[in-house]
Design a protein. Structure first.
Lengths: 151, 436
């Protein structure tokens, strides 16, 4: 079974590409959050967010970890978690955007929906969908769970 | 020679390893072929990875943090505004001035003050239920256990402590995931030292007023001090309090459940069962506390705030705070801060005749012009605000979660003593260094 769970070269390259994208965006978010005096940098659609940036870096590292072990079944584990976190953060930021919009209606303040919805982690879910679907379809083919293990 | 020395490791660990070795042997005899690979095996490759396990945990915590406080914000605002309007309406239809103020400020304000906590608490428990039902929470505890163990805490202490950065109430309530009573009480005792979001406006106000260009560094120092003190106090309590030293510290062994897809019904039930307790238990304490403080701050009836009973109390406390460089206004602000830290900024605004809705810059200007704080005493005031008990609601929830007056009083009293000592140290050492 483990043999069948290896990534093929194409998927591994694609995962590496998405990983690098997450890493770059995460680094920009993190560094611009640390150095607020940078003025107009980064562009408006990348927020200054130290912890959000670190989260994106972790997702990027997971994608890259999946490619460094792409000949072993572990790669599928890293890819599964990376795509899962991509989806969690995309949904989370969409929920926050919706909450901000609702809050602006309740409190009566202005709301820049473009700023909230253009967050990179939201649109990075789209290129993450193919590996997400692929990894989950492969994982679903696994046998039912075994007995609990000890840590 | 002890069993531990003979075995070379904790007996529980040795027993668990032996038990699983025997199970493995039996399985190898009765089953043919390799053990089938499961989804849990795959996910654990990443979630329990030596290098990525902790970053993944922090990432998921950050997502939970944002979900708890950002996504629930409109509901909290809706409750706040609704009760504010209800108060205005009640005030407009009640003729008697005292009853009008009592219903609008104490009852509606008090109820609103309690109910605004409901959305973040329910969202927090929804997120925690999802993590727990999915099987991840057990892994999270395993991953951070090694970091916290030297400080006398355990893996499951991490989530309550980190949630404390948002609000100490869900932080204290989240200790329910800690099965060991001693570890749970220890985590509850140090949780108020984690600086909640309500304390940030106080830091911003005082640092902006007296620290000038060093204001951001001053605020950041409070966050660092918060983490250092929480870990240090856990270590000290563990070393000095017999209750925490009682018995041998059990090794952290847990069976990792398989990952599972959380069901809507189970997740919502978990959220409801834990969240509703907040309403039933803490609601009464917070609500009554707010009414008592309203009575103290608005009586003698019609007198200005600085002649109210609470101001009298502040002036009575002033000699105690003099060594720290705080006058009666600082003492009263700290007293009001006992109810909720959000009140501190408004209290200063009222003192300066600016009204509770004043801009923060106006309040900062008044602090400088009236010489309420020097940079040193302002920094000491920030540290005091960080360390002493965050709010009345937290005291209520500590009592309900520990079910003990002793531990509740202990947390309040050690917080006050530690706050005083640290603030005094800042003033004395800063004074010796010529910082004023």
């Amino acid at each position: 079974m483990a043999e069948a769970l290896r990534l093929n070269r194409g998927i591994a390259i694609y995962a590496a590409f998405i990983g690098v994208l997450y890493l770059i965006i995460g680094l920009i978010e993190f560094l611009s959050g640390l150095t607020p005096h940078l003025g107009e940098l980064p562009p408006g659609w990348i927020p200054r967010d130290i912890f959000g940036g670190l989260s994106a870096i972790v997702i990027g590292l997971l994608y890259i970890a999946s490619t460094t072990s792409w000949r072993r079944y572990e790669s599928m584990g890293y890819l599964l978690v990376a795509t899962l976190l991509s989806a969690i953060f995309a949904v989370l930021y969409l929920l926050i955007a919706g909450a901000n919009g609702l809050d602006s209606l309740i409190v009566g303040e202005g709301w820049s929906w473009m700023e909230d919805v253009s967050r990179p982690e939201i649109w990075l879910l789209l290129p993450s969908l193919p590996p997400l679907i692929l990894s989950w379809r492969m994982a679903m083919r696994l046998k039912p769970e075994a007995a609990p293990r000890e840590a | 020679m002890s069993v531990r020395e003979v075995l070379g490791e904790e007996p529980e660990v040795a027993m668990a390893e032996e038990r699983y070795r025997v199970i493995g042997e039996i399985l190898s005899r009765v089953f043919r072929g390799a053990r089938p690979l499961t989804l849990s095996d795959l996910l654990d490759k990443a979630f329990l990875n030596r290098y990525l396990g902790i970053p993944i945990f922090l990432t998921l915590w950050w997502a939970l943090f944002r979900f708890t406080f950002d996504v629930s914000a409109p509901l909290s605002d809706l409750i706040d505004i609704s009760f504010s309007r209800l108060g205005e309406f009640a005030s407009s239809i009640i003729g008697n001035e005292w009853w009008s103020a009592f219903v609008s400020d104490a009852i509606c304000g008090g109820l609103g003050g309690v109910l605004v906590f409901i959305p973040p608490i329910f969202f927090l428990f929804l997120g925690l239920a999802l993590l727990e039902d999915s099987g991840y929470l057990a892994r999270a505890a395993f991953v951070v256990d090694k970091i916290l163990r030297p400080f006398g805490l355990q893996g499951r202490s991490f989530i309550p402590l980190l949630l404390g950065f948002g609000c100490n109430i869900p932080g204290v309530m989240a200790t329910r995931t800690i099965p060991s009573e001693r570890d749970r009480i220890l985590t509850i005792c140090v949780n108020p030292l984690i600086t909640c979001s309500a304390r940030l406006p106080v830091y911003v106000l005082i640092a902006g007023a007296v620290l000038g260009a060093y204001a951001p560094m001053g605020v950041f120092t409070m966050y660092l001090l918060s983490i250092v003190l929480a870990l240090l106090m856990a270590l000290i309590f563990k070393a000095l309090i017999p209750y925490f030293r009682k018995g041998r510290r059990a090794p952290f062994i847990l069976e990792l459940p398989d990952y599972a897809r959380p069901t809507l019904r189970s997740t919502l039930t978990h959220m409801y069962e834990r969240g509703i307790l907040f309403l039933k238990k803490a609601g009464t304490i917070i609500f009554l506390g707010i009414i008592v403080v309203w009575l103290l701050s608005s009586h003698p009836w019609g007198a200005p705030l600085d002649q109210s009973y609470i101001a009298t109390l502040g002036k009575w406390l002033e000699p105690l705070f003099r060594p720290l460089g705080f006058d009666w206004r600082g003492a009263v602000a700290l007293l009001f801060g006992f109810i909720a830290k959000e009140i501190v900024v408004g209290t200063f605004a009222v003192f300066f005749g600016l009204g509770e809705e004043a801009e923060i810059e106006e309040v900062q200007r008044s602090i400088v012009e009236l010489g309420v704080f020097t940079p040193l005493t302002g920094f000491a005031f920030m540290a005091f605000t960080l360390i002493y008990i965050p709010c009345l609601a937290t005291i209520g929830i500590i009592y309900r979660e520990t079910n003990s007056v002793k531990w509740t009083l202990f947390t309040v009293i050690y917080g006050l003593i530690l706050a005083y000592l640290i603030a005094l140290l800042i003033v004395v050492i800063g004074g010796l260094m010529g910082l004023g």
